[in-house]
Design a protein. Structure first.
Length: 250
Protein backbone atom coordinates (compact mmCIF):
# COMPACT_ATOMS: atom_id res chain seq x y z
CA UNK A 1 0.00 0.00 0.00
CA UNK A 2 1.18 3.51 -0.88
CA UNK A 3 0.18 6.32 1.46
CA UNK A 4 0.44 9.99 0.51
CA UNK A 5 0.03 13.23 2.42
CA UNK A 6 -2.04 15.80 0.57
CA UNK A 7 -4.34 18.78 0.58
CA UNK A 8 -7.85 18.29 -0.80
CA UNK A 9 -10.66 20.83 -0.59
CA UNK A 10 -8.48 22.96 1.66
CA UNK A 11 -7.87 20.18 4.20
CA UNK A 12 -4.57 18.45 4.90
CA UNK A 13 -4.94 14.68 5.20
CA UNK A 14 -3.51 11.30 4.23
CA UNK A 15 -4.76 9.14 1.39
CA UNK A 16 -4.06 5.76 -0.17
CA UNK A 17 -3.01 5.44 -3.81
CA UNK A 18 -5.16 3.00 -5.78
CA UNK A 19 -3.40 -0.16 -7.04
CA UNK A 20 -3.26 1.23 -10.59
CA UNK A 21 -1.85 4.53 -9.22
CA UNK A 22 -4.57 6.37 -11.13
CA UNK A 23 -6.40 7.89 -8.16
CA UNK A 24 -6.33 8.38 -4.39
CA UNK A 25 -8.74 7.04 -1.78
CA UNK A 26 -9.33 9.42 1.14
CA UNK A 27 -10.08 8.35 4.71
CA UNK A 28 -13.83 8.82 4.15
CA UNK A 29 -13.76 6.51 1.13
CA UNK A 30 -13.91 9.28 -1.46
CA UNK A 31 -11.86 8.72 -4.62
CA UNK A 32 -10.10 11.79 -6.04
CA UNK A 33 -7.90 12.42 -9.07
CA UNK A 34 -4.28 13.55 -8.89
CA UNK A 35 -5.25 16.89 -10.42
CA UNK A 36 -7.68 17.47 -7.54
CA UNK A 37 -5.01 17.40 -4.85
CA UNK A 38 -1.84 19.17 -3.81
CA UNK A 39 0.84 16.66 -2.92
CA UNK A 40 2.80 17.24 0.29
CA UNK A 41 6.03 15.65 1.55
CA UNK A 42 4.92 12.46 3.39
CA UNK A 43 6.33 13.53 6.75
CA UNK A 44 4.25 13.64 9.92
CA UNK A 45 4.21 17.18 11.35
CA UNK A 46 6.14 17.27 14.62
CA UNK A 47 8.06 14.08 13.91
CA UNK A 48 11.80 13.87 14.53
CA UNK A 49 13.80 13.52 11.33
CA UNK A 50 17.19 11.82 11.60
CA UNK A 51 19.78 11.69 8.82
CA UNK A 52 22.99 9.73 8.39
CA UNK A 53 26.35 10.82 7.10
CA UNK A 54 28.95 8.48 5.57
CA UNK A 55 26.71 5.41 5.91
CA UNK A 56 27.98 3.80 2.68
CA UNK A 57 31.61 2.73 2.55
CA UNK A 58 31.98 3.61 -1.15
CA UNK A 59 30.75 7.16 -0.54
CA UNK A 60 33.18 7.55 2.36
CA UNK A 61 36.00 6.31 0.14
CA UNK A 62 35.27 8.74 -2.71
CA UNK A 63 35.39 11.59 -0.22
CA UNK A 64 38.64 10.36 1.34
CA UNK A 65 37.19 9.32 4.70
CA UNK A 66 37.00 6.11 6.66
CA UNK A 67 33.49 4.94 7.61
CA UNK A 68 32.55 6.06 11.13
CA UNK A 69 32.76 3.57 13.99
CA UNK A 70 29.34 4.72 15.25
CA UNK A 71 26.42 6.12 13.24
CA UNK A 72 27.05 9.74 12.26
CA UNK A 73 23.59 11.22 12.91
CA UNK A 74 22.25 14.73 12.47
CA UNK A 75 18.75 16.24 12.52
CA UNK A 76 16.78 17.96 9.77
CA UNK A 77 14.27 20.79 10.15
CA UNK A 78 10.73 20.66 8.70
CA UNK A 79 11.26 23.55 6.26
CA UNK A 80 13.81 21.51 4.36
CA UNK A 81 11.25 19.22 2.71
CA UNK A 82 9.59 19.60 -0.69
CA UNK A 83 7.12 17.21 -2.32
CA UNK A 84 7.48 15.01 -5.38
CA UNK A 85 7.15 17.19 -8.47
CA UNK A 86 8.36 20.25 -6.60
CA UNK A 87 11.33 22.58 -6.99
CA UNK A 88 14.54 22.69 -4.98
CA UNK A 89 16.11 26.15 -5.22
CA UNK A 90 19.83 26.23 -5.91
CA UNK A 91 21.38 28.74 -3.47
CA UNK A 92 22.82 31.85 -5.07
CA UNK A 93 25.92 31.57 -2.87
CA UNK A 94 26.80 28.03 -3.96
CA UNK A 95 27.74 26.12 -7.12
CA UNK A 96 28.57 22.74 -5.59
CA UNK A 97 25.11 21.33 -4.85
CA UNK A 98 24.66 17.63 -5.42
CA UNK A 99 21.76 15.17 -4.96
CA UNK A 100 21.94 12.20 -2.63
CA UNK A 101 19.38 9.41 -3.06
CA UNK A 102 18.44 7.89 0.30
CA UNK A 103 16.15 5.19 1.65
CA UNK A 104 13.96 6.57 4.44
CA UNK A 105 12.60 4.32 7.19
CA UNK A 106 9.37 5.49 8.88
CA UNK A 107 8.80 4.44 12.48
CA UNK A 108 5.37 2.91 13.04
CA UNK A 109 5.31 2.24 16.77
CA UNK A 110 7.18 3.48 19.82
CA UNK A 111 10.71 2.12 20.09
CA UNK A 112 12.68 2.14 23.34
CA UNK A 113 15.87 0.11 23.75
CA UNK A 114 14.92 -2.15 20.87
CA UNK A 115 17.44 -4.88 19.94
CA UNK A 116 18.44 -5.00 16.29
CA UNK A 117 16.78 -8.39 15.82
CA UNK A 118 13.37 -6.83 16.60
CA UNK A 119 13.95 -3.37 15.17
CA UNK A 120 12.27 -3.80 11.78
CA UNK A 121 9.01 -4.69 13.56
CA UNK A 122 8.88 -1.01 14.51
CA UNK A 123 9.01 0.21 10.89
CA UNK A 124 5.67 1.02 9.24
CA UNK A 125 7.04 1.85 5.81
CA UNK A 126 9.68 3.37 3.57
CA UNK A 127 9.98 6.36 1.29
CA UNK A 128 12.67 8.19 -0.71
CA UNK A 129 14.63 11.35 0.03
CA UNK A 130 16.96 13.40 -2.13
CA UNK A 131 19.12 14.93 0.57
CA UNK A 132 21.04 17.69 -1.20
CA UNK A 133 24.44 18.74 0.07
CA UNK A 134 25.88 22.20 -0.53
CA UNK A 135 29.57 21.38 -0.39
CA UNK A 136 31.00 24.91 -0.32
CA UNK A 137 29.98 25.14 3.31
CA UNK A 138 31.12 21.70 4.43
CA UNK A 139 33.54 22.15 7.33
CA UNK A 140 33.94 18.49 8.22
CA UNK A 141 32.00 15.43 7.08
CA UNK A 142 31.95 14.24 10.68
CA UNK A 143 30.21 17.48 11.72
CA UNK A 144 27.60 18.35 9.03
CA UNK A 145 26.58 21.94 9.52
CA UNK A 146 23.25 23.67 8.95
CA UNK A 147 24.21 25.49 5.74
CA UNK A 148 25.14 22.15 4.14
CA UNK A 149 22.15 20.02 5.11
CA UNK A 150 19.27 22.22 6.31
CA UNK A 151 18.54 24.63 3.48
CA UNK A 152 14.87 25.35 2.78
CA UNK A 153 13.33 22.95 0.24
CA UNK A 154 16.61 21.11 -0.43
CA UNK A 155 15.31 17.73 0.71
CA UNK A 156 12.68 16.39 -1.71
CA UNK A 157 10.73 13.60 -0.03
CA UNK A 158 8.21 11.08 -1.35
CA UNK A 159 6.26 10.57 -3.41
CA UNK A 160 4.61 8.22 -0.93
CA UNK A 161 5.27 5.89 1.99
CA UNK A 162 5.15 2.21 0.97
CA UNK A 163 4.12 -0.28 3.64
CA UNK A 164 7.08 -2.20 5.06
CA UNK A 165 5.47 -5.54 4.17
CA UNK A 166 5.41 -4.52 0.49
CA UNK A 167 9.09 -3.55 0.51
CA UNK A 168 10.50 -6.57 2.32
CA UNK A 169 14.19 -6.62 3.16
CA UNK A 170 15.38 -2.99 3.34
CA UNK A 171 18.97 -4.15 2.77
CA UNK A 172 18.24 -5.61 -0.67
CA UNK A 173 17.20 -2.54 -2.66
CA UNK A 174 18.92 -0.95 -5.65
CA UNK A 175 18.90 2.85 -5.66
CA UNK A 176 19.93 5.40 -8.26
CA UNK A 177 19.85 9.07 -9.24
CA UNK A 178 19.49 10.48 -12.73
CA UNK A 179 19.94 14.10 -13.83
CA UNK A 180 18.19 14.94 -17.10
CA UNK A 181 18.00 11.21 -17.81
CA UNK A 182 21.70 10.48 -17.22
CA UNK A 183 22.53 8.19 -14.32
CA UNK A 184 24.90 9.92 -11.89
CA UNK A 185 24.56 7.73 -8.82
CA UNK A 186 23.83 4.05 -8.20
CA UNK A 187 24.21 1.57 -5.40
CA UNK A 188 22.52 -0.94 -3.15
CA UNK A 189 21.23 -0.66 0.38
CA UNK A 190 23.15 -3.87 1.03
CA UNK A 191 26.25 -1.67 1.24
CA UNK A 192 25.12 0.40 4.23
CA UNK A 193 27.70 0.55 7.00
CA UNK A 194 24.89 0.50 9.58
CA UNK A 195 21.74 -1.26 8.31
CA UNK A 196 18.26 0.05 9.14
CA UNK A 197 17.80 -2.36 12.05
CA UNK A 198 21.11 -1.32 13.64
CA UNK A 199 20.23 2.36 13.25
CA UNK A 200 16.93 1.86 15.07
CA UNK A 201 18.66 -0.14 17.79
CA UNK A 202 21.32 2.56 18.19
CA UNK A 203 18.92 5.51 18.33
CA UNK A 204 16.40 3.78 20.60
CA UNK A 205 19.18 2.84 23.04
CA UNK A 206 19.34 6.42 24.33
CA UNK A 207 16.09 8.07 23.17
CA UNK A 208 12.51 7.15 22.38
CA UNK A 209 11.50 6.85 18.74
CA UNK A 210 7.85 7.72 18.10
CA UNK A 211 5.42 6.87 15.29
CA UNK A 212 6.09 9.09 12.31
CA UNK A 213 9.77 9.64 13.09
CA UNK A 214 11.96 9.17 10.02
CA UNK A 215 15.51 7.97 9.45
CA UNK A 216 17.28 9.03 6.25
CA UNK A 217 19.82 6.24 5.94
CA UNK A 218 22.64 7.76 3.88
CA UNK A 219 23.70 7.64 0.25
CA UNK A 220 26.09 5.64 -1.95
CA UNK A 221 28.93 7.05 -4.05
CA UNK A 222 28.39 9.49 -6.90
CA UNK A 223 28.89 13.25 -6.59
CA UNK A 224 27.34 15.29 -9.42
CA UNK A 225 26.73 19.03 -9.23
CA UNK A 226 23.38 20.25 -10.55
CA UNK A 227 22.33 23.44 -12.33
CA UNK A 228 19.17 25.49 -12.53
CA UNK A 229 16.60 23.76 -14.73
CA UNK A 230 17.88 20.21 -14.18
CA UNK A 231 15.34 17.43 -13.66
CA UNK A 232 16.46 15.03 -10.95
CA UNK A 233 14.97 11.60 -10.24
CA UNK A 234 15.86 9.35 -7.32
CA UNK A 235 14.63 5.77 -7.66
CA UNK A 236 14.59 2.87 -5.19
CA UNK A 237 13.39 -0.66 -5.92
CA UNK A 238 9.88 -1.54 -4.72
CA UNK A 239 9.25 2.06 -3.64
CA UNK A 240 9.22 4.19 -6.78
CA UNK A 241 10.71 7.34 -8.21
CA UNK A 242 10.99 10.78 -6.59
CA UNK A 243 11.20 13.48 -9.27
CA UNK A 244 11.78 17.22 -8.89
CA UNK A 245 13.42 20.16 -10.64
CA UNK A 246 16.25 22.44 -9.62
CA UNK A 247 15.30 26.10 -9.49
CA UNK A 248 17.12 29.22 -8.44
CA UNK A 249 16.85 30.76 -5.01
CA UNK A 250 14.78 33.98 -5.13
Amino acid sequence: MKRIRLIHAGREQWGVVTPDEGAITLADGTHVRWDEITLLPPATPGATIFALGLNYADHSAELGFKPPSLPLVFLKGPNGFVAHGGVSPKPRDADQMHPECELVAVIGRTAQRVPARDALDHVSGYTIACDYAVREFLENYYRPNLRVKNRDALTPLGPWVVDAADVGDPQALALSTTVNGTKVQSGSTADMVFPVAELIAYLSSFMTLSPGDMILTGTPHGVHFVSEGDEVACEIDRIGSLVHRVGLQP
